[in-house]
Design a protein around this ligand. Structure first.
Ligand code: IPM
Ligand code: MG
Length: 370
């Protein structure tokens, strides 16, 4: 039995997560799968009521699970960044989920771009470092001191900054950081994935021609490690990667990216598939607790309209089962999604007219049939 914490969150989060849970129910009825679910109210409504983001109690409960199944957070009543940093990024850092795994594949031809050939790309996004450290500040009037502190499982890093400008202007900054250990463990994961996929090459994204230190160390470690294990590297700058993804997505297999570029490129990848609504991701800690979520956000503009696409959340449940060692069931979910698509049971973002729950029902029907 797997213990799964369920955090539906805000906006369309609860609507799509309930379809994912329906799919898990159907698998429990037709296979040996069994889950024990703990629902947690973490997100905007609790924050507005109590001021709490990710609490120590939440962390204690989550720490006892085998996996976390997460919807989306974000609410127009709350300043942007509060929930994102206080909940989602906090969870990724707290549980040291250092890889964000985002498969991007072609389904039917949903995309506005003409895809000449099918593609199947595994994006691995480093998920705890880069510009996502929460190490920013502003020197008002161009003067002052800032003490930064980053606490991660791997290290507790203090940085002192002191500014003195020739003109009395405001200067804002955000520090991007890579640690040797942080990149090494990420590269180890990438190499394992490449081997498991039966490939021997990985595309490594960065902007080492401009951010020479931040991505210089990144490259150095990729080169050291890959040479040792005989994996071929293809380095590509992020701007060229954006272009190539649109032009020839079929030329990529395994792709490794730093945190921020991975955020951007996987939204692009999602649209190559046809919709942000059908992409899923796993925030992976290979020896800890991983969290699975659709890559879309809370989409408050369509919340409550039954238009939300649940495929992303359903495929996040697939990634969770793969991770828990039940790739056989993960495969069934993927087939169920293909079957629903084949029947044209699609939400409006994919050009259909079905509701969120009709799409979930279609996947459930497939699972009950086979
Ligand atoms: C994602 C999201 C998050 C990110 C936000 C909500 C903090 O865009 O999972 O891609 O930037 O990682
Ligand atoms: Mg994103």
């Amino acid at each position: 039995m797997f213990k799964v914490a369920v955090i539906p969150g805000d906006g369309i989060g609860p609507e799509v997560i309930s379809e994912g849970l329906k799919v898990l129910d159907a698998l429990e009825e037709t296979s040996s799968l069994s889950t024990q679910r703990t629902m947690l109210e973490i997100g905007a409504s609790r924050y507005l009521r109590t001021g709490e983001l990710l609490t120590e109690d939440d962390v204690d409960t989550l720490a006892r699970q085998d996996a976390i199944y997460f919807g989306a957070i974000g609410d127009l009543r709350i300043p942007t960044g509060v929930l994102e940093k206080g909940i989602l990024l906090a969870m990724r850092a707290r549980f040291d989920q250092y890889v964000n795994l985002r498969p991007i594949r072609s389904w039917q031809n949903f995309s506005r771009l003409k895809n000449e050939a099918p593609f199947n790309i595994t994006f691995m996004r480093e998920n705890t470092e880069d510009f996502y450290m929460g190490t920013g500040g502003t020197f008002r009037g161009g003067k002052g001191k800032v003490s930064l502190r980053v606490k991660r499982s791997l290290y507790d890093l203090g940085i002192e900054m002191h500014a003195s400008s020739s003109v009395p202007d405001d200067f804002a900054f955000e520090v991007g950081i890579h640690s040797r250990r942080g990149v090494e463990r990420f590269v180890d994961f990438v190499v394992r994935q490449v081997n498991q996929a039966g490939l021997n090459k990985v595309t490594v994204v960065d902007k080492a021609n401009v951010c020479t230190d931040l991505y210089g160390l990144w490259r150095e470690i990729f080169m050291e490690k890959s040479e040792r294990v005989g994996v071929e590297l293809e380095f590509i700058f992020v701007d060229a990667m954006a272009m190539s993804l649109v032009r020839n997505p079929d030329r990529f297999g395994s792709v490794a990216t730093p945190n921020m570029f991975g955020d951007i490129l996987t939204d692009l990848g999602a649209e190559l598939q046809g919709s942000l609504g059908l992409s899923a991701s796993g925030n992976i800690n290979p020896s800890g607790i991983s969290m699975f979520e659709p890559i879309h956000g809370s989409a408050p503009d369509i919340a409550g309209t039954k238009r939300a696409n649940p495929f992303g959340a359903i495929l996040a449940a697939k990634l969770m089962l793969d991770h828990l060692g039940r790739a056989d069931l993960g495969m069934r979910i993927e087939r169920g999604v293909e079957d629903a698509m084949g029947k044209g049971i699609l939400t409006p973002d994919l050009g259909g007219s079905s509701t969120t729950s009709e799409v979930g029902d279609a996947v459930v029907q497939y699972l009950s049939r086979v």
